[in-house]
Design a protein around this ligand. Structure first.
Ligand code: NDP
Length: 307
């Protein structure tokens, strides 16, 4: 395939400046330019965050996210459009974010930050703070995210179990469960961390039954996609003190609506879908794009191909 012009769609600006990526790819043999919606038709490939119908006339779409649930797989297939994603680059970033949430809960750092806003010198209850070694984290999804989380938490002395579709072992995990045994796996954990893609099978995987299976002193973490969780069921569990707390990076509706009760809950940490942010994001995406431009030139199979 002869690519001539690759557009870096302006929607990537939610994650990094589009020009940073375009500039880092100037040495490619094809033209690379930052484009808006009115310039899609002059490209034959695009790097993007958001989906646009005009992409259906292109040869190749690269998503700067790993999650591609917003793209219409069947239509892309029918139109012969290739889709690749950015899995493989979010291990350390998301791993460190999750480690941060767990340290905040264990060492009560989120309470200190909240108290500081009000100039309040308030120490935690004597039995509120704990340390992480000896606790168990159950990581649901053992791909790039799950492995990065397991590696980072393992280094903090946490025992890490995994849930995946197959039960084949994965480096960094002390024990593996199949999806059918999810309830058993979460019941044994101090922390349950969700790192699965959003699919028909994982939509509302975490419902009232899953939260009821968790220990009442356990914390829930979602860095995957909002709809993997039945959010009203999570809110009910938190309000009933059936869970100790939650750290949430993703939500059923984003931005999280102002009226959501999650904003004001004491043991809930909210981050605005940025668990994987890093100033090196454009470089990490650039490596995948560069590799696939060269594979297209030599008619090889694309890396990270989804459709
Ligand atoms: P991978 O494809 O590398 O890994 C997916 C993992 O999920 C695999 O281990 C797979 O298991 C498992 N899985 C899939 N379906 C099920 C299921 N029904 N039950 C149990 N496990 C299942 O993806 P990544 O790790 O790169 O990304 C995962 C998701 O995380 C993305 O799709 C995206 O939505 C989200 N994400 C969020 C970010 C953020 O900023 N918060 C950043 C990056 C990603 P198996 O191997 O057995 O098939």
């Amino acid at each position: 395939v002869e690519l001539e012009r690759l557009g870096v769609h302006e929607s990537v600006s939610h994650v990094f400046p589009p020009a940073k990526l375009a500039t880092s790819l100037v040495d490619l043999s094809i033209e690379v330019a930052v484009i808006g919606d009115d310039e899609i038709d002059v490209c034959d490939a695009v790097v993007t965050l958001e989906y646009r119908e005009a992409f259906l006339d292109l040869h190749w779409i690269h998503s700067i996210q790993a999650g591609v649930d917003r793209f219409p797989f069947e239509t892309l297939e029918e139109r012969g459009v290739l889709l690749t994603n950015s899995t493989g680059i979010h291990d350390r970033t998301v791993g460190e974010t999750v480690a941060g949430y767990l340290l905040m809960f264990a060492r009560r750092l989120h309470d200190h930050v909240a108290n500081q806003q009000q100039r309040r010198w308030d120490r935690p209850e004597w039995d509120a703070a704990f340390t992480l070694p000896g606790t168990t984290a159950c990581v649901v999804g053992t791909g790039t995210l799950g492995r990065g989380v397991a590696e980072t938490l393992g280094a903090l002395g946490i025992r890490v179990t995994g849930v995946r579709q197959s039960t084949d072992s994965v480096p960094g995990f002390d024990e593996m469960f199949a999806t059918d045994d999810l309830l058993e796996a979460v019941a044994a954990a101090d922390f349950v961390i969700v790192t699965v893609p959003l699919t028909d099978e994982t939509r509302h995987l975490f419902d009232a039954e899953a939260f009821a299976a968790m220990r009442t002193d356990a914390y829930f973490v979602n860095v995957a996609r909002g709809p993997v969780v039945d959010e009203p069921a999570l809110i009910d569990a938190l309000e009933a003190d059936d869970l100790a707390g939650a750290a949430l990076d993703v939500f059923e509706t984003e931005p999280l609506p102002e009226e959501s009760p999650l904003w004001e809950m004491d043991d809930v940490i909210i981050s605005p879908h940025c668990a994987a942010y890093t100033r090196d994001y454009f470089r990490d995406v650039g490596e995948i794009v560069r590799e696939n431009v060269s594979r297209l030139e030599t008619d090889d199979d694309l890396t990270n191909r989804v459709v």
